[in-house]
Design a protein around this ligand. Structure first.
Ligand SMILES: Nc1ncnc2c1ncn2[C@@H]1O[C@H](COP(=O)(O)OP(=O)(O)OP(=O)(O)O)[C@@H](O)[C@H]1O
Length: 333
């Protein structure tokens, strides 16, 4: 699968009265064409900031302090706002948690969909209304709801409108940041099924962000796990389910009940996420890690690529593996 999106060494900071918040620190990952890639991690680990950085939605006091974002061969971080606006909706679109953040409350749905279509293709004229009707059908909404205002629709219907808008210009990448979190479970299931169906039909890539790890494991082919602004592991769904490597990934999985298999006590992760203004000198997860070794306290582990994906943990460095083997041999003798 060839890459659609390449995020390389992306760093994003917020200036705050207490100091610089290193919200996203040297994050590297890629998303293939037609792939659903998930970004998971505890609240505050930098998932939304990463998504906003990619889609040029960061607002003051946030700024990209380093790295690059390449979409379909084009560097995004150096584009002017006007140049980026030409790509918005047509190449990259975003669905946020609350539909009200995507929709204008004083405009009818028809105007919002038609405006989005005409902004990129003014030549469509009256055909834009037909296109808006097709989009409503695509997300299983009655066409007459085009003439409603956002507040006249249920939360689930509004989120379907936002998905229709996001797909209006057939973008190659759709970022979904907690697209169903505000909805009840039944409505959430319907919308997730629709997203997967549309993705299969049109083949766009998705960067899917959620707190809900079980949902992510159902939807995404590959998953990146973030901790305190760092990407600590990237692996396939199967690998994460069967052999999670990073101690944080293991802890995260143990924090959710499994729907299948025997009942297990949830262990969770003791302690708190670190202050991102003064993060720990070594591995940011070290103070909470039951498997930490000496280097973890002083050396930040680099994110390295290997057969299992990407991992940032001293336990998986060549020295770490050799040391583990040596101490196991010592214990045996
Ligand atoms: N305007 C701001 N000023 C200072 N720090 C901020 C600001 N917005 C976010 N942050 C910090 O940046 C870090 C990353 O936040 P972000 O919202 O990206 O995390 P997240 O993983 O998406 O969290 P959640 O799952 O709760 O949405 C957090 O520590 C947060 O406190």
């Amino acid at each position: 699968m060839s890459d659609l999106l390449q995020v390389r060494h992306l760093s994003i900071e917020y200036a705050s009265p207490r100091g610089i918040v290193k919200a996203v620190d040297d994050v590297t990952f890629s998303i293939g064409k037609g792939e659903i890639f998930g970004l998971a991690g505890e609240s505050g680990c930098g998932k939304s900031t990463t998504a906003f950085g990619i889609s040029r939605l960061l607002r003051h006091p946030a700024q990209i302090s380093g790295g690059s974002v390449v979409l379909d061969g084009q560097e995004l971080t150096t584009l002017s706002n006007d140049e980026f606006d030409k790509l918005r909706w047509s190449k990259i679109s975003i669905v946020l948690q609350s539909a009200m953040n995507n929709l204008n409350p004083v405009l009818k749905i028809s105007n919002q969909l038609i405006d989005a279509i005409l902004a990129h293709d003014p030549s469509m004229g009256k055909e834009a209304r037909q296109r808006a009707e097709q989009l409503m059908k695509l997300v299983d909404l009655p066409v007459d709801r085009l003439d409603s205002y956002p507040h006249e629709l249920s939360g689930g219907m509004r989120q379907r409108v936002v998905i229709a808008m996001a797909l209006a210009l057939r973008p190659s990448l759709v970022i979904m940041d907690e697209p169903t979190t505000a909805l009840d479970v039944v409505v959430q299931n319907g919308i997730i099924r629709k997203i997967v169906e549309l993705q299969k039909e049109f083949g766009f890539s998705i960067l899917f962000i959620t707190h809900d790890l079980p949902l992510m494991l159902e939807m995404c082919g590959r998953i990146g796990i973030m901790y305190a602004g760092k990407l600590v592991e990237v692996a396939s769904r199967e690998q994460i389910l069967q052999k999670p490597r990073h101690p944080y990934t293991q802890g995260l999985l143990n924090s959710f009940p499994s729907l299948s298999g025997p009942k297990q006590r949830l262990s969770g992760i003791p302690g708190h996420t670190p202050d991102l203004i003064r993060p720990p000198a070594g591995c940011r997860f070290c103070p909470r890690c039951s498997q930490a070794i000496q280097e973890c306290q002083t050396l930040p582990p680099p994110l390295v690529e290997d057969a299992g994906g990407q991992i940032a943990c001293h336990l998986y460095s060549e020295e770490g593996i050799a040391r583990e083997q040596a101490s196991a041999a010592c214990e045996r003798s």
